[in-house]
Design a protein around this ligand. Structure first.
Ligand SMILES: NC(=O)c1ccc[n+]([C@@H]2O[C@H](COP(=O)([O-])OP(=O)(O)OC[C@H]3O[C@@H](n4cnc5c(N)ncnc54)[C@H](O)[C@@H]3O)[C@@H](O)[C@H]2O)c1
Length: 419
């Protein structure tokens, strides 16, 4: 048996079936896999991936392996692993996986180190924990790394900070910043799956609830839009005046978090920031307020402060912890404050991950062909990859679009012609 550390290999059959189900909604990745099968662009490359271990990730891993890469996989969050998928990848795809749902922080980092033991040429990260571990404690491995990719907003922010400080030691492509990624994955993916996570965890009625969405970035826009669509009354909290204005004109009420804290039924953070819902907010909340987070790390809700001001805590349902404050009010925290869409539901629908992971596969190929030209910087996804993915997705959906005429192309590239 290949190397692995997973919960239960006996779950493999279920994981395989669910992975096949997801594959049906991933036509773009499938077409890349078919080409990779013939061309083997990743032959000779070792790739360590740190991603949420979901059915969609399983399809990506199989695509990369089909392209010739040797791949190791670990989780990018302690609560997001689907144990049946991990088992299926080990048993049927013969891919080493190191991930167990609910693993503690020590095991989480041990697993990242296990994935790094492959001595990768390419890293594929979601949140930059693998890259930062490599830079902090496994520096001897960096010489072999040719390039990497990063999946999410928070990871890109961390990597840009590293590049600015001059400590990033190899080039990374910011997959998150491709249009074909964030416009769909962050907005429609997080929008739908966050509401799904809240519903699965609580079974609360969304219609009529007052939902407070903190952060009106791409994820927040999606969450607010979907909550409104289900009949919730939605309040947005923001710190960026442009985004706050946008939320206002999109028809949402905007106010500071301290005001929203007094009236909200359900709170969702999606900012990438720390302490967005802080101690003072908890003391203002109604009895029974529900809190959850869809931002990358479990730092958006000040959980330590919540613990300090609580006199008791119990798990009342799967993924629902009830905190009783000293004033006897109860506050419910979903998924331990970790990404609620992955902790309490299954993450994004496969149809959006199709585009995100098509970006990952094509960027891995791009690195394998172009690494010699790169500097130690954070790069954008090449425009031709971005457009190609949108084109392939439209094609798979049976949607045709117009092409510019010669005259139109000329006009759009000129300045001479006016009214
Ligand atoms: N749950 C998922 O599956 C999933 C998917 C994609 C991204 N993410 C993560 O979600 C987070 C948000 O991503 P995004 O793409 O929407 O980012 P974004 O940069 O587009 O938006 C974040 C917004 O939060 C606002 N903000 C920051 N601090 C705030 C505060 N204290 N109070 C109120 N607003 C504040 C910013 O002004 C910004 O408008 C990131 O951590 C990202 O990695 C999660």
């Amino acid at each position: 048996m290949i190397k692995h550390d997973i919960k239960d290999i006996g779950l493999a059959k279920k994981g395989k079936l669910r992975t096949e189900w997801a594959a049906q909604e991933m036509p773009v990745l499938r077409s890349i896999k078919e080409r990779f099968k013939k061309e083997k662009p990743l032959k000779g490359f070792r790739l360590s991936a740190c991603l949420h271990v979901t059915t969609e990730t399983a399809n990506l891993m199989e695509t990369l392996k089909t392209g010739g890469a040797e791949v190791f996989l670990c989780a990018s969050n302690p609560l997001s692993t689907q144990d049946d998928v991990a088992a299926s990848l080990v048993k049927f795809s013969k891919i080493p996986v190191f991930a167990i749902k609910g693993e503690d922080n020590r095991t989480y980092y041990r697993h990242i180190n296990d994935a790094l033991s492959l001595k990768p040429h390419i890293t594929m990260d979601d949140g930059a924990d693998l890259v930062s571990t490599l830079h902090k404690t496994r520096k001897t491995l960096i010489n072999t790394v040719l390039g990497g990719t990063e999946e999410t907003t928070t990871g890109v922010i961390r990597l840009r900070a590293m590049a600015e400080k001059g400590v990033l030691e190899y080039p990374i492509i910011a997959v998150n910043d491709a249009y074909s990624k964030y416009l769909f994955d962050n907005r429609y993916g997080t929008g739908q799956s966050t509401i799904d996570g809240i519903m699965r965890a609580t079974n609360r009625l969304i219609a009529g609830s007052l939902i407070v969405v903190s952060g009106y970035g791409w994820c927040g826009k999606g969450i607010a839009m979907r909550a409104k669509g289900m009949g919730a009354r939605v309040i947005v909290t923001e710190c960026n005046p442009l985004r706050a204005l946008e939320a206002t004109m999109d028809g949402f009420e905007v106010m500071p978090i301290f005001e929203a804290s007094k009236i909200g039924d359900i709170f969702v953070t999606a900012t990438g920031d720390i302490d967005v819902i802080s101690r003072e907010c908890f003391t203002l909340m109604k009895d029974g307020a529900i809190l959850c987070n869809s931002g990358h790390f479990n730092v958006e809700i000040s959980i330590d402060s919540l613990k300090k001001i609580s006199k008791g805590k119990r798990v009342i349902r799967d993924f629902v912890e009830e905190y009783t404050l000293k004033n006897n009010r109860r506050i419910y925290l979903l998924g331990e404050g970790r990404l609620v869409n992955l902790a309490a539901a299954e993450g994004h629908p496969s149809a959006v991950m199709d585009m995100s992971f098509a970006n990952q596969a094509l960027c891995a190929e791009y690195i394998s062909k172009n690494y010699k030209k790169f500097e130690n910087k954070v790069y954008s996804v090449p425009e031709e990859i971005d457009r190609k993915i949108a084109f392939l997705k439209l094609k798979a959906m049976g949607i045709r679009i117009d092409a510019l005429t010669v005259e139109q192309k000329k006009y759009l590239g000129s300045w001479e012609m006016g009214t």
